[in-house]
Design a protein around this ligand. Structure first.
Ligand SMILES: [Cu+2]
Length: 303
C-alpha cells in the first residue's frame, strides 16, 4: 500500500492490504537513446527528460511534463518544514478536486476507484525531505498518464498537508524519452531482509537502487544530529505521528530524500551529493509492517 503509507507510520491511514499483486508492475521500457541533449537534472546526472517539483509551502510547483521512459525527477523542498511527495497515477479524466475529495473520505475505496494502478504500485520517485533539502531519482518505467503528488504529513492539529493544498500534478506524455539509463557508481541493494550499501559508499554519485526482494521497499535517508541514532529518530517520528503531531517535533534527524517505493525487480537510480555528517537509512515500508524494529536499517558516515 505504497500510496497511503510510504511515509513513516501514517497511523490513521493504515488499513493495510499487504497481499499486493507485485506482478502488476509495468514492464521496463528500454528505448535506446540516440541524441539525448545533456541537461542537469539537479543532482549531476545528464538526463534531458527531467522535471523539478518544488515544495515552497503547502503546494507543489511543477516545472513541466515528462515523456515516458528514462526520466529524472527532482524534489526540492524550499519550505521551512518537512514534506513528502507520494505519487499516484490517476485514471483518465480524474480531476484534482475529485482526487482531493476522495483523499478526505474515510472510505479508502474512494481513492482506489480513481487510481490507474493498484494502490501499492511504486514508481521510483524521491522520498521525504526536511527543510531546504532536495533529492533526485532517475526512473525508467513511468507509463503515460496523469500523476498526482500528495503530502501526507500533518500540522500539529492533525490536518494533513494535502488538505491545505499539497496535491500536485504532472503528466507523462508524448514520444518516449531518448535518454539512456545512467552509468552508476555502485548499487544499493534492497531485499526482504536488509539494505546493502555499495563498498566504499561516500554519499556522492549516481547509485543504482535495486529491489531484489519479493516485497515493495523504499530507502529513506536521514542526516543524524550529533549523538543521534537512526533507531532513535525512527522512534521519535513514530511517536509524534501516532500522536497526530507534525513530524517536525521528532528530534535527532533531518529527512534527506531517497527513493520512495521500489517494486520487486525494479531498478532506479539515486543521485546523491550528501554533505559531511552521520546518516541513517531505512525502508519505512518495512518499518510499518511490524511493531518490531525494522531490519532494513543502518548508518554511514560522509566525510
Ligand atoms: Cu507537506
Amino acid at each position: 500500500m505504497a500510496l497511503l503509507a510510504s511515509a513513516f507510520l501514517l497511523i490513521g491511514f493504515t488499513a493495510c492490504s499487504s497481499d499486493s499483486d507485485a506482478s502488476a508492475k509495468s514492464s521496463t521500457t528500454e528505448k535506446d537513446a540516440v541524441d539525448a541533449t545533456p541537461a542537469k537534472s539537479g543532482g549531476g546526472a545528464d538526463i534531458a527528460n527531467a522535471i523539478t517539483i518544488t515544495a515552497p509551502g503547502m503546494s507543489y510547483d511543477v516545472s513541466g511534463d515528462l515523456r515516458p521512459g528514462v526520466a529524472a525527477i527532482t524534489f526540492k523542498n524550499t519550505d521551512d518544514e518537512s514534506h513528502m511527495m507520494v505519487v499516484a497515477r490517476l485514471n483518465d479524466g480524474v480531476t484534482r478536486d475529485q482526487f482531493e475529495k476522495a483523499l478526505e473520505s474515510p472510505d479508502e475505496s474512494a481513492v482506489n476507484s480513481l487510481l490507474a494502478d493498484p494502490q501499492d504500485t511504486g514508481y521510483g520517485t524521491p522520498a521525504e525531505l526536511g527543510p531546504g533539502q532536495q533529492s533526485t531519482v532517475i526512473t525508467q518505467n513511468l507509463k503515460e498518464g496523469n500523476y498526482a503528488t500528495i503530502c501526507f504529513f500533518t500540522t500539529d492539529d492533525g490536518t494533513p498537508h494535502f488538505a491545505m493544498g499539497m496535491i500536485g500534478e504532472f503528466k507523462v506524455t508524448g514520444e518516449p524519452s531518448t535518454d539512456e539509463r545512467p552509468d552508476s557508481d555502485g548499487t544499493i541493494t534492497i531485499d526482504d531482509k536488509a539494505i546493502t550499501m555499495p563498498d566504499g559508499f561516500e554519499g556522492k554519485g549516481t547509485f543504482a537502487v535495486e529491489n531484489t526482494g519479493a516485497k515493495v521497499h523504499n530507502i529513506q535517508l536521514v542526516k543524524l544530529d550529533d549523538g543521534a541514532t537512526i533507531e532513535g529518530y525512527l522512534k521519535a517520528v513514530n511517536e509524534t505521528m501516532s500522536n497526530g503531531k507534525s513530524v517536525e517535533n521528532a528530534k535527532g534527524g533531518l529527512l534527506m530524500g531517497g527513493v520512495d517505493v521500489v517494486e520487486p525487480g525494479q531498478m532506479v537510480w539515486l543521485v546523491l551529493d550528501l554533505p559531511a555528517g552521520n546518516y541513517g537509512y531505512l525502508s519505512t515500508e518495512d518499518a510499518q509492517d511490524s511493531p518490531k524494529p525494522p531490519t532494513q536499517i543502518g548508518e554511514f558516515t560522509v566525510s
